[in-house]
Design a protein around this ligand. Structure first.
Ligand SMILES: Cc1cc2nc3c(=O)[nH]c(=O)nc-3n(C[C@H](O)[C@H](O)[C@H](O)COP(=O)(O)OP(=O)(O)OC[C@H]3O[C@@H](n4cnc5c(N)ncnc54)[C@H](O)[C@@H]3O)c2cc1C
Length: 340
């Protein structure tokens, strides 16, 4: 791919399939190239910058002003190991699921429940990706990043990332300030399996597996995900559009009087997590289609582009859903997808 390009179409670079343009587009193949690029291009100091990985968690609502830094930093290596653990460092431009498959092939565990999540390794800490009872924070060791203002390298420990539910420091104080270049994971050689969440156990039973390996769990997760979630290669989407909201327990009790079957999951701090998909379905939005975009008919949390929708049309739909859920339940849905 050539270096800096102007008026570059981002259509193939986002899973929503939005036809937006980047004013400038620069593929970053190494940390050194990025440092050099930041130092050599003085005009960049005054430009907006957007870091892009697999584009599976962004919604472009207009053309992107300034420069898009497209992460292409590759490489997977073991940096340390002992009899129980292996520390694996992956370039941020590696495809997340390819890293998962690589680790499973080596029989390194802890990552199997996170199979088939789209996107890049570098974006995985941003929202602390999670699925089937495991979050990145459970296997994360540290990351290396470049501060975009200074061009300096920095290491972030687990504590420094301040992980939360679909959250980290990179969605808050450090938003847009750091380019993550590599992520180091601590994986197990002696495995602790996590099959309690969702349909994993029943899928394993259906697969005829009684004593699962980490590779079996990965296959079960892949089967479930493929049957439940729309494939962005077939229909444009960004996965779950909203986070599951967390409410005070008094609020839940109030809601239970009117909706006795409302799904809820107790949190360590005493609050309750609600299922955003259930709320959206109850508010009447599941499967609704507005021309070329809408709400998926099997998964109410997923907004889809049937082809040719603009990001602002999808954002408008998201805002209508937020208003409907707020009116019905007095619950504010926060977007999980990054609106650009
Ligand atoms: C079908 C589908 C299913 C999904 N399922 C899940 C799921 O189960 N669990 C889950 O947690 N997520 C899920 N997602 C969301 C998505 O896969 C994750 O958020 C993923 O980590 C995004 O990676 P990406 O490389 O595509 O990031 P992008 O969309 O390119 O970027 C996302 C954000 O991260 C920033 N960013 C990206 N790379 C870097 C970097 N190197 N340094 C600094 N900032 C960076 C971007 O600026 C942007 O703000 C799903 C998405 C889809 C489409």
């Amino acid at each position: 791919m050539p270096a800096l390009q102007k008026n570059f179409s981002l259509l193939p670079y986002n899973t929503f399939g939005i036809d937006a343009k980047a004013e400038w587009f620069f593929p970053v193949s190494s940390a050194e190239k990025l440092i050099e690029f930041l130092a050599d291009n003085a005009f960049l100091k005054h430009q907006k910058r957007l870091i892009l990985g697999g584009g599976s968690n962004v919604l472009f609502t207009s053309d992107v002003e300034g420069v898009v830094l497209y992460n292409q930093i590759k490489g997977i290596r073991v940096v340390a190991e002992d009899e129980k653990s292996v520390f694996v460092q992956a370039g941020a431009g590696e495809v997340w699921h390819e890293l998962v498959l690589h680790c499973l092939e080596k029989n390194w565990g802890g990552i199997e429940n996170l199979s088939l999540i789209p996107g890049s390794v570098g974006a995985s800490p941003i929202q602390n990706i999670g699925a089937y009872g495991v979050e990145l924070k459970d296997i994360f060791h540290s990351l290396e990043a470049i501060q975009l203002e200074t061009g300096k390298r920095e290491t972030f420990s687990h504590a420094a990332c301040r992980f939360g539910y679909r959250d980290s420091i990179f969605k808050r104080e450090a938003k847009g300030k750091y380019f993550i270049c590599s992520v180091t994971l601590q994986l197990s050689k002696i495995h602790q399996l996590n099959t309690s969440y969702g349909a994993i156990q029943s899928e394993l039973t259906e697969m005829g597996i009684q004593k699962p390996s980490i590779q079996d769990i990965s296959r079960a997760v892949i089967n479930i995900r493929q049957s439940k979630l729309p494939d962005p290669a077939v229909i444009g989407n960004g996965g779950s559009f909203f986070k599951n909201p967390v409410v005070e327990s008094a609020h839940l009790q109030q809601l239970q009087q009117e909706f006795p079957n409302i799904p809820h999951y107790p949190q360590p701090d005493g609050r309750q997590k609600l299922a955003a998909g259930w709320l959206i379905e109850q508010a009447g939005w599941k499967g609704k289609r507005l021309g070329n975009h809408g709400v998926h008919d099997r998964q109410a949390l997923v907004l889809v582009n049937y082809g040719g929708a603009t990001g602002s049309e999808i954002l408008d739909l998201a805002q209508k859903i937020q208003a409907a859920v707020s009116a019905a339940f007095d619950v504010q849905l926060e977007t999980e997808v990054n609106i650009v």
